[in-house]
Design a protein around this ligand. Structure first.
Ligand code: ZN
Length: 435
């Protein structure tokens, strides 16, 4: 308790502009106050940082936009602001590799400048997310608009899997137009925005041809980025086995792993067994993304799959207005489902931090490395009686649920549920008032 009192007293002084002195002697022998080394210290939390092999109670110090130190017992007097994370989990900022944030007001534009997509900052920070990857909202034709309208204006880091369809994910006939799926022009656009366009999306095509997949893979080969496939709807159905074992490359992604929808073979067969070729695909490096969404996550698929050891590589939301108010809700609710299905907290955190960053080839993200961007989430793993709903409306009972206490993006506190980084109001200095 003493430490906490000290920390809050310190915050008070810091707010008042009177740096708590870590005294030192100047050359003249006078006592001089020394500026704190850190802008923010997250103290006493259980740090899970899979990329750096950390799974222990540690403090995390931030200077400016960067991680300055991760160590046990960092002196709170060295920090301008201290957040008490005792009993909480401190993890890298969460990455959602399947979201829809190309929000706009165009009529009948679905997830490409339409109002079925959502504004990124309204969903990200409250769930510990610092990076959202829009998958397929924009194609090569309208990526510029997406960048100007969303990516450049959001505080959330927004990245993109560009749609192989030039016009993007506008729904209906636009997404069925093979003539608008151009590998060369897609690759050109990716080269113009390295590190921001981090992949290519294939989705919703209903024809009997493999062209959307082969063209996306061709563009991916040219630019060294992965392809994500939302598979299904084909008439007649195309082979999931051929997709996973022949068409996709190691590092490419199948999303909606636990779906059972028309026109796509589910990964668990009628006898409840994960199909052998799905395990084989994992061995050859295919990435399996949960991609919950509004119609693509069934406990009838996920429960037997996880019992047989088929856990997702990454756990994404497929965030849009159709999924957020039904079973999916948000990324922490989705991650909590997998905790209650038997994954460890460490594995769930790894899936949406370092693993997700590696999948999108942004290894600068998803870890708490000293000198790296200070993107941090502080999570509360609540114990109690909870219920979780799948996309068929079925309920799973559970006893664990993740909640976000604090989110830091580039060193800035962008979400603080209970004010753990703030001083008590009564300890705040009176604001100066004009006459
Ligand atoms: Zn989607």
């Amino acid at each position: 308790m003493k430490k906490l009192a000290c920390a809050s007293a310190f915050v008070l002084l810091a707010v008042a502009g009177l740096f708590l002195p870590v005294s030192s002697r100047s050359l003249e022998g006078r006592i001089q106050p020394q500026a704190p080394r850190f802008d923010l210290l997250i103290k006493g939390g259980h740090v899970i940082d899979p990329a750096n092999g950390i799974n222990a109670v540690m403090d995390v110090a931030v200077s400016g936009a960067k991680i300055a130190q991760v160590a046990a017992n960092i002196d709170p007097a060295q920090a301008l602001r201290v957040a008490d994370a005792t009993g909480l989990h401190v993890v890298p900022g969460i990455i959602d590799i399947h979201a829809h944030v190309f929000f706009g007001t165009e009529k009948d534009a679905y997830l490409s400048n339409g109002d079925t997509a959502v504004q990124p900052d309204t969903h990200s920070f409250r769930s510990g997310q610092t990076t959202l990857v829009d998958v397929g909202g924009a194609g090569w034709r309208n990526f510029g608009q997406f960048k100007e309208q969303v990516i450049d204006r959001a505080r959330t880091r927004v990245l993109s899997f560009i749609n192989i369809v030039g016009a993007g994910m506008k729904g209906g006939p636009v997404e069925q137009n093979l003539a608008d799926m151009d590998a060369r022009l897609t690759a050109m656009r990716i080269r113009q925005h390295p590190g921001v366009i981090v992949g290519i999306k294939v989705a919703h095509y209903g024809g009997a041809e493999w062209d959307p997949v082969t063209r996306a893979v061709a563009a991916g080969r040219e630019t060294s980025v992965p392809v994500m496939v939302d598979f299904g709807n084909h008439t007649p159905p195309l082979s999931l086995e051929a997709l996973l074992l022949e068409h996709l490359r190691p590092g490419d992604i199948l999303t909606h792993t636990y779906a059972h929808v028309n026109g796509r073979t589910p990964i668990v067969d009628d006898a409840g067994r994960v199909r052998p070729y799905v395990f084989e695909a994992r061995k050859r490096g295919i990435i399996f993304d949960a991609g919950h969404g509004g119609g693509s996550f069934l406990f009838r698929q996920a429960v037997p799959a996880l019992k047989q050891g088929f856990v997702p590589d990454v756990i994404s939301t497929d965030l849009h207005t159709g999924s957020m108010n039904s079973g999916m809700k948000d990324i922490l609710n989705t991650m909590s489902k997998f905790l209650n299905l038997g994954m460890t907290l460490q594995d769930v955190i790894k899936a949406n931090t370092s693993k997700a960053a590696d999948v999108i080839k942004r290894p600068d993200l998803g870890r708490l490395s000293v000198g790296g961007e200070a993107d941090i989430a502080v999570l509360n793993l609540r114990r109690g009686k909870f219920g979780f709903i799948d996309t068929a409306g079925g309920r799973l009972l559970g006893d664990q649920k993740l909640e976000c206490e604090l989110t830091v993006k580039g060193g800035q506190v962008v979400w603080d549920l209970n004010g753990i980084s703030r001083p008590l109001w009564s300890e705040m200095p009176e604001p100066a008032r004009g006459k």
